[in-house]
Design a protein around this ligand. Structure first.
Ligand SMILES: [Fe+2]
Length: 266
């Protein structure tokens, strides 16, 4: 089974870029199931149902979560629904809306999808539970499920955190995919134990920006030490960053992991 994982889709420009590039990417790769990081789908912060629907029409089957996933309450029922195609971070504190993990039904079998937040991610005031302990508990809880693949998304800041959890889960899950940086790393590989890994897959958004936000806004903020609103860069050169994982359904591990980056103009 081929799983395509797309990095953080940044607002309207990110959505338009997915709409432009994903059909060709699907034809080229033969991907069977598409997962995308959705926490920045709507104006760079959170997810609106209309944005989710647009991305489903474009070919995205499922969305992972990050520090903005619980920003907009309209998505809470989808987070609670076992069949809702969005997974919020599993290691949020007790009482956070939504389930800790999801199992997606695909033509090739059932796929466990878990998002975890790194413990150093900004913009979230609550204490985040230890991601290693949380994933251990989820893998134990789901050990008797018939699963064809186990996909773990690690939404974090430190490359060290993203690498360590990959090594920790090597041989136990199909893939550990880092995101949140919006900058792709050049280290896609299959670890010795058979788990696909990339430290950060990157994003879908402006190539000429600061992580998708207009550079002049960020530079002015930094120069002046004054806070300001993020304005997303919505025109010009765009990138779509992704990871293609070829899975072995008999072992639940990965046969290959290939970074794919495509460009377009809006
Ligand atoms: Fe994030």
């Amino acid at each position: 089974m081929k799983i395509l994982y797309i990095g953080d889709i940044m607002g309207k420009a990110g959505r338009k870029t997915v709409q432009k590039l994903l059909p060709d990417l699907l034809a080229e790769t033969g991907a069977d199931f598409v997962i995308a990081q959705g926490e920045n789908l709507s104006h760079g912060k959170g997810m609106q149902l209309s944005s989710i629907a647009d991305m489903q029409t474009a070919g995205v089957d499922f969305f992972t979560g990050g520090n903005w996933t619980t920003k907009r309450p309209e998505v809470f029922p989808m987070l609670e629904d076992a069949k809702g195609p969005v997974a919020r971070p599993a290691n949020y504190p007790e009482g956070t809306p939504g389930r800790r993990y999801k199992i997606a039904e695909t033509p090739y079998g059932r796929v466990l999808i878990v998002s975890l937040l790194g413990q150093i991610v900004g913009a979230f005031p609550a204490v985040i539970d230890n991601p290693l302990q949380v994933i251990d508990a989820i893998l134990e809880e789901t050990k008797n499920e018939q699963l064809t693949a186990r996909i773990v998304n690690f939404h974090g800041d430190f490359s060290s955190e993203k690498l360590v959890i990959g090594q920790y889960l090597d041989g136990r899950v199909t893939a550990v995919i880092g995101d949140h940086w919006h900058i792709p790393t050049a280290d896609a590989m299959v670890f010795a134990g058979g788990t696909a890994h990339i430290t950060d897959v990157g994003m879908v958004g402006s190539l000429d920006s600061c992580l998708g936000v207009k550079s002049d806004v960020i530079i002015k903020r930094w120069l002046s030490d004054q806070s300001s609103r993020n304005e997303l860069e919505e025109g010009g050169r765009m990138q779509l960053c992704s990871l293609l994982i070829d899975t072995d359904s008999s072992t639940g591990l990965a046969k290959s992991a290939k970074q794919i980056i495509r460009y377009s103009e809006l």
